[in-house]
Design a protein around this ligand. Structure first.
Ligand SMILES: Nc1ncnc2c1ncn2[C@@H]1O[C@H](COP(=O)(O)OP(=O)(O)OP(=O)(O)O)[C@@H](O)[C@H]1O
Length: 347
């Protein structure tokens, strides 16, 4: 048969939904009677919220029944202002990236089509910024083609604290990807309102902490999904990635037009796979043509922030992150230079 102490032990495991303290700490138990397994309680929560009362009732009842209670009846009341004050008041809401005083700069990375290296650029730009001493987050908003976790060799998943999602931290960069929330690499079919809701969750429910920059890897192209995401992003600055072939610039210019249409300032252009430099002879070859970056920057009236050569990242001894150019890689220097330009332009 259940006793008084068991009830107290259960209340210790149930939280006041607004104070984030357990019901024993908040002195929530105002009345208690136990008669032959029938438990009657009066519980005071910090706010008279019907939904939270119901959720609390269900949780307490289930736990008490597990302890042997035959029937549970709970009435609710509200803690007084003085009681709440004595408990330190309501905790301040954790700030979100969209809070009015948040100082995080959003840098969205876009491309006219897939496969030009947009995700590679997003990942390595994030590291470039982090190497300049900035606090950086990376949001893989390439909803349908998320590849950031694989590129960074991330195997763990975000954790949850105080009902907020904590991003996965990898080499000092905080990462959230759609890939963390789908099972077995299954395709994502969210559109329109669902997509907007999910993006909002990424901004509001993820505890990013105090970030200087959030780099966003956008879906490629200028179709519906890319447009949806563009229009749902808050004030952000955009970087457009292109390959060096002059015709590629026309395709990429459409992504630029979309940025302008959604009132996002264009920070500049990155020409990826710009040339191949032989590690043996130092000879340079323009494998994919020449001039795409200049053409695109001319069309969009902006600058070329950098030209990244064609080369796979050098594999590291102790870490697996196949898409990351680490410090000892000459391409990391190119990204450092781009990161510095981005910082200058933002400041
Ligand atoms: N400078 C580079 N040198 C060599 N390989 C590169 C370079 N940039 C990207 N790649 C490779 O090209 C492939 C496509 O890159 P990535 O996934 O970054 O492109 P993407 O534009 O994001 O594509 P999608 O939008 O379709 O996901 C990857 O295998 C990547 O490793």
């Amino acid at each position: 048969m259940i006793n008084h102490q068991q009830v107290l032990d259960v209340l210790k495991t149930v939280q006041d939904p607004f104070l984030h303290k357990n019901l024993l700490e908040t002195h929530a138990l105002k009345e208690i009677t136990i008669e032959e397994g029938h438990v009657q309680l009066m519980i005071a929560l910090s706010r008279p919220d019907r939904v939270k009362q119901m959720q609390t009732q269900v949780e307490i009842s289930a736990k008490l029944k597990e302890q042997g209670a035959e029937a549970v009846r709970i009435r609710f009341t509200v803690l007084s202002k003085e009681e709440i004050q004595r408990l330190g008041g309501f905790p301040e809401k954790m700030p979100t990236l969209l809070s009015p005083n948040a100082k995080t700069e959003f840098i969205a990375v876009a491309s006219g089509k897939g496969g030009v290296g947009k995700s590679t650029v997003s990942v390595n730009l994030a590291f470039g910024l982090a190497r300049q001493g900035k606090k950086v987050g990376l949001l893989d908003a390439d909803i349908y083609g998320f590849s950031v976790p694989d590129m960074m060799g991330i195997e763990n998943r975000p954790s949850v604290k105080n009902e907020r999602i904590l991003p996965v931290e990898r080499f000092g960069v905080k990462v959230i990807s759609m890939g963390f929330f789908v099972k077995d690499n299954s395709p994502v079919i969210w559109r329109g309102p669902m997509l907007g809701k999910m993006l909002n969750n990424f901004f509001n429910d993820v505890y990013w902490g105090d970030l200087d920059y959030l780099v966003l890897d956008l879906p490629p192209g200028t179709g519906d999904v890319a447009m949806d995401i563009h229009s749902k992003l808050p004030h952000s600055k955009e970087i457009i990635v292109t390959t060096p072939h002059p015709t590629a610039a026309f395709v990429a210019a459409r992504a630029g037009a979309m940025a302008i249409h959604t009132q996002h300032e264009i920070l500049g252009v990155i020409e990826n796979m710009a040339y191949y430099k032989s590690r043996k002879t130092g000879e340079v070859e323009y494998v994919f043509g020449k001039g795409g970056g200049d053409k695109l920057s001319g069309l969009l009236h902006t600058d070329v922030l950098g030209r990244i050569p064609l080369a796979q990242p050098q594999p590291q001894k102790d870490v697996f992150a196949p898409g990351v150019y680490f410090n000892d890689d000459p391409i990391a220097l190119v990204y450092n230079d781009i990161a510095q330009k981005v910082i200058e332009k933002c400041e």
